[in-house]
Design a protein. Structure first.
Length: 288
């Protein structure tokens, strides 16, 4: 098990969620500014005074492991009982079709708010929607992979601060390694978003994703964003809305037309309710 960590306030919970798997070795790669206290026996902490990005931390942790499988899990992600059962099944009965397994997030309403539930639902839809052959997209927040596959692909790209997960999945695809996204391999993301932090997170990741695709066009060739028509339409509506409002206020558009179009654009997320947001709380639907 490899856990990249930086000033994590949830590390104890994360460790508790994986210790039940009785891993051969558990490595925490920590690049917090101040050297942290030693962990319990059986848990190795590798501290770096230089801050490591997630790709660097995962690669460093994997270097010291020789087990057949590697489990990467972020320091703010907690595996559920269902996920632990699934991992045990994979380890007890290895299947070539499960050499590369990504999981999904589930919402714990005692820990997650409406924004977190919305974020989880969108990601879940992108990863589990099989109609668009989405199996080459996955998340590395909790990832189970055979070590030989990890080494064959070359590990994570240390040059990328973010989008290293999609770049890794794209390389796996070029190597002919099929990704399996398993609904039972579920985890709770403990990070809480505010509206401001969510928008900042999306903008930063979008910028980094575009930069990575321009930097490595061969790797990302034919590797789409996997948003689908509904999410693209909602995203476009959100981008157009402020311009329509400004056009109405400045008199470029007639008042009646600007109000009608603004209402139409603002209501675009309702299209997500029957599919993307199916099963979420009513407060999350109305917030969307």
């Amino acid at each position: 098990v490899v856990i990249p960590s930086y000033r994590s306030s949830h590390l104890t919970e994360v460790l508790a969620s994986v210790l039940g798997l009785t891993p051969e070795r558990l490595v925490v790669v920590d690049s917090s500014p101040v050297e942290p206290e030693p962990l319990d026996d059986g848990i190795r902490r590798v501290w770096s005074p230089k801050r490591l990005n997630p790709a660097e931390a995962r690669n460093r942790g994997a270097q010291s492991l020789r087990s057949d499988y590697l489990l990467f899990i972020d320091s703010d992600v907690v595996l559920t009982d269902r996920a632990r059962t699934f991992v045990r099944e994979v380890l007890d009965d290895p299947d070539p079709g499960r050499d590369l397994v990504s999981g999904v997030y589930v919402t714990d309403r005692s820990r997650n708010g409406a924004l977190d539930e919305f974020q989880n639902a969108v990601l879940r839809h992108r990863l589990l929607d099989r109609k668009r052959d989405a199996t080459h997209h996955g998340s590395t927040s909790h990832l189970l992979i055979r070590r030989k596959v990890f080494e064959e692909v070359g590990g994570f790209n240390p040059e990328l601060e973010t989008d290293e997960d999609m770049e890794f999945m794209a390389r796996c695809r070029w190597f002919g390694r099929k990704l399996s996204v398993e609904q039972r391999f579920e985890a709770v993301h403990l990070k809480r978003f505010s509206f401001r932090s969510l928008m900042a997170d999306h903008l930063r990741k979008t910028f980094d994703a575009v930069t990575a695709r321009r930097r490595y066009p061969g790797v990302y060739r034919d590797f789409g964003m996997n948003l689908g028509p509904l999410l693209w339409s909602t995203l476009l509506a959100g981008c157009l809305l402020p311009f329509v409002v400004l056009a109405g206020l400045s008199g470029v558009l007639p008042d009646g037309l600007s109000v009608s179009v603004s209402i139409l654009l603002a209501g675009a997320p309702i299209l997500l309710w029957p599919t993307v947001l199916r099963g979420v709380s009513s407060s999350t639907r109305w917030w969307s």
